[in-house]
Write a protein that binds this ligand. Structure first.
Ligand SMILES: C[S@@+](CC[C@H](N)C(=O)[O-])C[C@H]1O[C@@H](n2cnc3c(N)ncnc32)[C@H](O)[C@@H]1O
Length: 248
């Protein structure tokens, strides 16, 4: 039974907890001076950028699918996870298992993530079990949800450092995180190389940003990169697949 409060929890995991701020009714990071999701509609943004950007609505209808692994940078409020889980439960074969792996340097406290997720009443059926196990997730790194059809792992620490310690291979990558201009410490060549180490022939990626440094870094790491119209006010986004390093 969970009796500890958030402070104890985060002390024990050596995390760097951040108190969530709010701006215009949306979760906001004062440290990065950036939003957790689009003011145009975070849920639709996730569906457009990360789910459609990785072609998941189509890929998850395959009857032979038995498992699928997503690797995400920046768990944040868990909105991307919940949207992915919802799509998975609706489309993937019942016996198949989704493993959603996220790396997060500044995990939110339970109270904050609860308030943030209350913005999405259409996700309550999925967010309630997540919130029940959130402290356990921070303790144990991995929990099972939704009749064991989904496994969620959140590794606390810097994205590049934590990815280097993970052996799982990704079928799809959600490259999230505050914007590269506001969080250059995360978006560097080392991160793209780590992503490539977890990628195989069919691995896809999607990200909300179209920053030139990100595009060039992904190409250098072995990804084929395409531009698509961005969500809401964003002009363009990036998505693509792993094709491996060029020889010579
Ligand atoms: C825009 S938010 C992600 C939103 C999230 N995917 C969601 O569904 O709510 C960016 C996240 O990246 C995390 N982050 C920032 N720098 C990081 C780093 N170097 N390593 C890992 N996570 C980082 C932040 O703490 C924040 O939670």
């Amino acid at each position: 039974m969970l009796k500890r409060d958030d402070t104890t929890l985060l002390d024990e995991t050596n995390a760097n907890p951040r108190k969530l701020a709010w701006r215009d009714g949306l979760p906001y990071s004062t440290e990065f001076q950036d939003v957790y999701f689009s003011s145009d509609n975070g849920l639709l943004e996730t569906e457009y950028v990360f789910l459609q950007g990785n072609d998941l609505p189509v890929r998850w209808q395959h009857p032979d699918l038995t498992q699928f692994t997503i690797i995400e940078t920046g768990f944040g409020t868990g909105l991307n996870f919940l949207c992915a889980a919802k799509l998975w439960l609706a489309h993937a074969p019942e016996h198949a298992i989704l493993h959603f792996i996220s790396v997060e340097k500044y995990p939110l406290m339970l109270n904050d993530i609860s308030v943030a997720l209350a913005l999405w009443p259409q996700l309550t059926a999925l967010s309630t079990p997540l919130l029940h196990q959130y402290n356990a997730l921070m303790d144990q790194e991995t929990i099972s949800l939704y009749d064991n059809r989904v496994q969620l792992s959140v590794h606390i620490g810097d994205a590049t450092e934590r990815l280097a310690r993970i052996t799982n291979m990704a079928d799809a990558c959600f490259l999230d995180g505050f914007s590269p201009a506001k969080n250059p410490e995360m978006w560097h060549a080392g991160l793209f190389c780590e992503m490539a180490k977890h990628a195989q022939a069919s691995t896809t990626f999607a990200t909300f940003t179209s920053a030139g440094d990100v595009r060039r870094g992904l190409i250098a790491a072995g990804f084929k990169v395409s531009k698509r119209p961005g969500f809401g006010k964003k002009r363009e986004m990036l998505c693509g697949e792993f094709i491996g390093m060029h020889n010579g």
